[in-house]
Design a protein around this ligand. Structure first.
Ligand code: M6R
Length: 592
């Protein structure tokens, strides 16, 4: 996930305003930044690092001209370096492009362009865009048509803004599966990844749809479809304040990131081909060990259930901090999979270094260039984009998506891969029920203890639900395998104790419902998560959060965690806690 901005202003220097706007998009990426402005040629300032550091070093706003484009990067292809920072240019440096998204077929396009004599300066997928535009403009097309032909050739997701020295006073934007909005001020025009980025300048916003292009000129903005036909678009007048900018209109990063989970799953699914490649590189494996901490540990538990039930491969899951005390006997037929959002967690890195001495290692990581990605034998990237809230949400669902893709390829279960494509829609349906979950949260917010129960694939979901609750509401929450309650914890169930039961359709359904009956008989208040159509659950639970009936047990962990994240988030807000910065915790734990 990256942030892009473009503007054409009147009687004002563009670079300081582009810098201000792109700073509001820093939540979308913060490893590199760059600005390009044209006069007779295109001037670019860019480097890797946080915006304020890069600005201090090279003076980003010190560029001429009253128009330009800017970018803040979250590296996906190519580690954060000056060369990989956007804007990217063609061979001549006369065409500049900023891009948010992933171009899946960039390698083949790049190879073909190199054959034709194009010289690439970066390792990014994005750089193929200015080179393709250059190629088509050299054939006589104008910028707009050259971009249209370029977009015809690329697969994947994009929001772009592009300009060419040969066509002064013009910026062309386009989108597919990545956000792009247009701002229409008085004689001043903008494109941006989101509206809050430009709210200081205009609140008249046009939302572009996939397959639409916008042409900003000094005379105004025109929206067209991919056939070049003009489209009439509604202008929305927003009543947001500029202060809401960094959080995209949400109150906290956590809720924004919960809402971004569909996009994270979609982006991670675009990794499928790279994951297949990793699978093909792996030696014969007889055993798998997952190693991780916290939320990443819970994702690993789902991995165990998947590998054992679908492939029969013995799989264990070890807390990274326990690895040196309880590591299984490793050999070259063991694959040790390290899962880490940050790729910098000290416990996980220590375990990785130990495991590497005798086994094949694979790291599943969200941050490109992080230590785990440099040290493991194989790497898979989750494509969640930057996660700012301390509580892991969208990185968790992306980790799960990677594990499901991995197991689909390793077990040749392409039906599972197909199922994954439906998950973003299931998530959106759950988010449509947000007010209901908020209302449940306000009724349960004063409870002292919560229990979360589930069986099979729902057991790690229960653990993760309990972790979210503890972390951001400071309420005691315990996750249990539902069948384990009667072996001890049932003694703690009294009148009014909330029990959250995760009961998707599947083989564990009836047995978990029996456990629900047991806690009900002891006075528990039950919040049930299950299919919309589950009449039995409705008759047993005090509150039910209904989920699409097609979400079966096997695929349920990626969707069923969403209501639990929302429940904790709204309890946290009700209690006046800042869910983005829970006490005593840090986003990245670099001590053992
Ligand atoms: O960066 P990592 O995934 O290695 O971090 C591991 C844990 O610290 C992390 O998952 C933590 O449990 C979450 N912040 C909980 O929401």
């Amino acid at each position: 996930m990256c942030g892009i901005v473009g503007c054409i202003l009147k009687d004002k220097k563009a670079a300081p305003i582009l810098l201000e706007c792109v700073t509001k998009l820093e939540y979308r990426g913060y490893d590199s930044v760059g600005i390009a402005t044209p006069d007779s040629e295109i001037h670019i300032k860019k480097d890797q690092g946080k915006i304020k550091d890069v600005n201090k070093k090279i003076g980003l706003s010190n560029l001429p001209g009253d128009m330009g484009i800017a970018h803040v990067r979250w590296a996906t292809h190519g580690i954060p370096t000056k060369e990989n920072s956007h804007p990217h240019t063609d061979c001549s440096g006369n065409i500049a492009v900023v891009h948010n998204g992933i171009i899946e077929n960039y390698k083949e396009i790049k190879d073909a362009l190199i054959e034709e004599g194009h010289v690439f300066k970066s390792e990014t997928d994005t750089e193929v865009i200015p080179h393709l535009i250059e190629k088509f403009m050299a054939q006589g097309l104008d910028l707009e048509s050259a971009i249209r032909d370029t977009l015809d050739m690329i697969h994947g997701s994009y929001a772009i803004a592009a300009m060419a020295a040969a066509e002064p006073g013009k910026i062309v934007g386009a989108k597919k599966d990545s956000p792009l909005i247009v701002g229409k001020g008085i004689d001043e025009y903008f494109v941006a990844s989101d509206a809050p980025a430009i709210l200081n300048h205009t609140n008249n916003i046009i939302y572009l749809e996939d397959g639409e292009m916008v042409i900003l000129e000094r005379s105004g903005v025109t929206v067209k479809n991919m056939l070049g036909e003009v489209i009439k678009k509604e202008i929305h007048v927003l009543d947001w304040t500029p202060e809401m900018a960094e959080k995209g209109g949400f109150d906290h990063f956590m809720i924004k990131e919960i809402h971004e989970q569909g996009e994270s799953v979609r982006n991670t699914l675009m990794e499928a081909a790279d994951i297949e490649k990793v699978v093909n590189e792996l030696p014969d494996i007889e055993r798998i060990s997952f190693v991780a901490c916290g939320t990443s540990y819970h994702a690993s538990l789902i991995g165990k259930y998947l590998f054992e039930s679908l492939m029969g491969v013995p799989t264990d899951v070890i807390l990274a901090s326990e690895f040196k005390y309880s590591a299984p006997a490793l050999n070259d037929k063991t694959l040790v999979i390290f899962i880490s959002q940050s790729g910098e967690t000290a416990d996980t890195l220590k375990a990785l270094r130990l495991a590497k001495e005798s086994a094949e290692t694979l790291a599943i990581v969200n941050v490109l260039g992080s230590a785990a990605t440099r040290e493991a034998h194989h790497v898979i990237f989750t494509r969640a984009g930057p996660e700012i809230g301390v509580a892991a949400t969208k990185t968790y669902v992306s980790q799960l998506t990677c594990i499901y893709i991995l197991v689909s390829y390793m077990s040749n279960r392409m039906d599972l891969l197909e199922e994954l494509h439906k998950v973003p829609q299931y998530m959106e349906d759950i988010l449509a029920d947000e007010d209901h979950i908020k209302e449940i949260a306000s009724r349960y917010k004063d409870s002292q203890d919560f229990f979360f129960i589930g069986r099979g694939f729902s057991y790690p979901t229960a653990l993760e639900g309990a972790l979210k609750l503890k972390e951001i509401t400071y309420i005691h929450g315990e996750g249990y395998a539902a069948g384990e309650l009667k072996h001890g914890p049932l003694a703690l169930i009294d009148d009014g104790v909330p029990v959250v039961a995760v009961v998707p359709p599947g083989i564990s359904h009836d047995k978990t419902l029996s456990n629900v009956e047991e806690v009900r008989a002891r006075g528990a208040r039950v919040i049930g998560l299950g299919s919309h159509e589950d009449k039995l659950l409705k008759s047993e639970a005090d509150d039910v959060i209904g989920i699409n009936e097609s979400v079966n047990e096997l695929i349920s962990p990626i969707s069923y965690i969403v209501p639990l994240q929302l429940l904790s988030y709204y309890i946290s807000v009700e209690k006046g806690i800042d869910p983005d910065k829970p006490k005593n915790l840090a986003k990245c734990v670099t001590v053992e």
